[in-house]
Design a protein around this ligand. Structure first.
Ligand code: ADP
Length: 401
């Protein structure tokens, strides 16, 4: 069975067609600038055809989905002969609140719940729902499945997910830590255990998902016990453009100093901070930061140092929370491809008996063990594959139904 995986944003729609049983990727692509002008990028991977980008007007998400379906069934460049070959659609849904701790089949009740939780993810959940509605309209009868970014973290205990605010804020408004990137943390922890021949049910793992957005999670016996992102993805690690942990008093302080609203201050914390802000606006891309740092840019250097230091602090905190750690896994754009960042992070971990192997650490973008044979902690690089994870979860749901 083939699964269409959809990741829908407010003006973009990413898609992949995957056979979850063979793990084959048949096609992938992206519709961009939906509602503005529009373009579609499409790659028929199964046919070995190159990626093609076309500018086409895309007035709304329904049009985007119809273009995707046309591309997938095109007699020349398509990878399926009819839409019947798509068994289900797996939708990445950002916020499942406290209601969803696993993947579910989407019905009216689930759709309403996702809508209600838009309060917690105003930029994401409404866009995700538009994707669901567009697919439902064009593929009536095909099961739609919701895979939540927050679900994996629902096993966190109250001592980890509560903020030390008046408890009524949690009880009345559900203000708590939810965590994100859950599909990636689940996939990477499971894959790391398999790769190392360890029993997931008997292993303490820290996953460092270091991409443009970044988060760490602590996983005991396959269950998440803590994670660094919070009510929103702003908390925790220093990210590409997000600040991560901050003294909350700073928000009011900046707002008063700059004469801007709290909402505009929050935009700065989301879009102009992180390594981008620390590097004085040089870049949020680590390749540019290393180039800058190597050429003597002091801001780029401090951005890289602060980023690595923050990750190392979270590893320390989670090793304490779990009373030890067996495996530390690096994943996502930076975690998979940046040996120097991994080395900087691991330079803080000697007290854990975790030692990185300089040669093994040269690895980029592929699964690798990068610790020395005498290291007490297994350090690994595990490429994440959120789309494959979504396809597998979706398949498991429809195969059961
Ligand atoms: P997201 O999915 O959050 O947008 P990714 O996981 O794709 O992000 O990571 C993107 C980031 O990965 C880029 O901004 C860049 O900083 C980093 N990156 C990608 N390739 C490399 C590389 N070869 N060396 C260092 N950093 C890299």
């Amino acid at each position: 069975m083939n699964i269409l995986v959809i990741n829908c944003g407010s003006s973009s729609l990413k898609f992949q067609v995957i056979n979850p049983e063979t793990e084959d990727l048949l096609a992938k692509g992206l519709c961009e600038r939906i509602g503005i002008d529009g373009s579609i990028t499409y790659e028929a991977v199964a046919k070995g055809l190159p990626k093609v980008k076309k500018d086409v007007p895309i007035e709304d998400h329904k049009k985007a989905v119809s273009l995707v379906l046309e591309a997938l069934t095109d007699p020349e460049t398509g990878v399926i002969s009819s839409l019947d070959e798509i068994g289900a659609v797996g939708h990445r849904i950002v916020h499942g609140g406290e209601r969803y701790n696993s993947t579910v089949l989407i019905d009216d009740e689930v759709e309403n719940a996702i809508r209600e939780m838009s309060e917690l993810a105003p930029l994401h959940n409404p866009a995700n729902l538009i994707g669901v509605d567009a697919c439902k309209a064009l593929m009536p009868g095909t099961p739609m499945v919701a895979v939540f970014d927050t679900a994996f973290h629902q096993t966190m205990p109250p001592k980890a997910f509560l903020y030390a605010l008046p408890i009524r804020f949690y009880e009345d408004y559900k203000i708590r830590r939810y965590g994100f990137h859950g599909t990636s943390h689940a996939f990477v922890s499971k894959t790391a255990a398999e790769f190392l021949g360890r029993d997931l049910e008997n292993t303490k793992i820290i996953v460092c998902h270091l991409g443009n957005g970044a988060s760490c999670s602590a996983i005991v016996n396959g269950k998440c016990v803590d994670t660094s992102m919070g009510l929103t993805p702003l908390e925790g690690l220093i990210m590409g453009t997000r600040c991560g942990d901050l003294d909350p008093a700073i928000v009011e302080f900046i707002s008063a100093k700059e004469g801007i609203s709290i909402a505009d201050t929050e935009k700065i914390l989301n879009k102009e901070s992180g390594v981008y802000g620390l590097s004085n606006g040089l870049s949020s891309d680590f390749r540019d930061l290393w180039k800058g740092s190597d050429e003597g840019d002091k801001y780029a250097k401090i951005a890289l140092e602060a980023f690595s230091y923050r990750v190392a602090k979270y590893i320390g905190a989670y090793a304490a929370a779990m009373n030890g750690v067996d495996v530390i896994a690096f994943t996502a754009g930076v975690g998979e491809n940046d040996p120097r960042i991994r080395e900087m992070i691991c330079s803080y971990l000697g007290y854990l008996g975790a030692y990185i192997d300089a040669d093994a650490n040269k690895s980029r973008g592929e699964m690798a063990k990068i610790s020395t044979p005498d290291s007490k902690v297994d350090l690994v690089v595990i490429p994440t594959n959120e789309e494959l994870a979504i396809a597998k979860e979706t398949y498991a749901i429809v195969a059961k139904a």
